[in-house]
Design a protein around this ligand. Sequence first.
Ligand SMILES: Nc1nc2c(ncn2[C@@H]2O[C@H](COP(=O)(O)OP(=O)(O)OP(=O)(O)O)[C@@H](O)[C@H]2O)c(=O)[nH]1
Ligand SMILES: [Mg+2]
Length: 118
Amino acid sequence: MSTQERALLEAVKESGESTLDRATAKAKATFDQLLNVVLHIAVTGRTGSGKSSFVNVIRGLRDDDEGAAPTGVTETTMERTMYEHPTMPNVKIWDLPGIGSPNFKANKYLKKVFCICG
Ligand SMILES: Nc1nc2c(ncn2[C@@H]2O[C@H](COP(=O)(O)OP(=O)(O)OP(=O)(O)O)[C@@H](O)[C@H]2O)c(=O)[nH]1
Ligand SMILES: [Mg+2]
């Protein structure tokens, strides 16, 4: 038996399936599942710390490009906004308001931004 055949047999055994076809189908299903995973990344921090600028850089945009997150020297982002990654549509980047301003006090932040009640 060749090294390749031994490796194949070992892979089928490790998959917990009885045949190569079944192991292949299982691997494909797992792979498809992984491709469908949505990754949400939330960017938070103090007002004016550069969150929206960071989101734009991650998306390969300049601040004045169309579709870029608005940036500014005064408090700018007033509600959570989702942006898609340019090449990975399953990656969602959330630009959040700044924390700690009178509009978004630290102790009310989560409730106000995510409507988490309780
Ligand atoms: N010098 C410098 N300025 C930056 C940097 N990142 C952002 N800025 C500037 O800082 C200011 C605030 O940037 P924003 O990205 O709007 O900050 P923010 O955290 O989204 O602000 P809010 O939406 O108000 O919470 C803007 O004038 C940006 O151009 C940086 O890395 N260096
Ligand atoms: Mg902002």
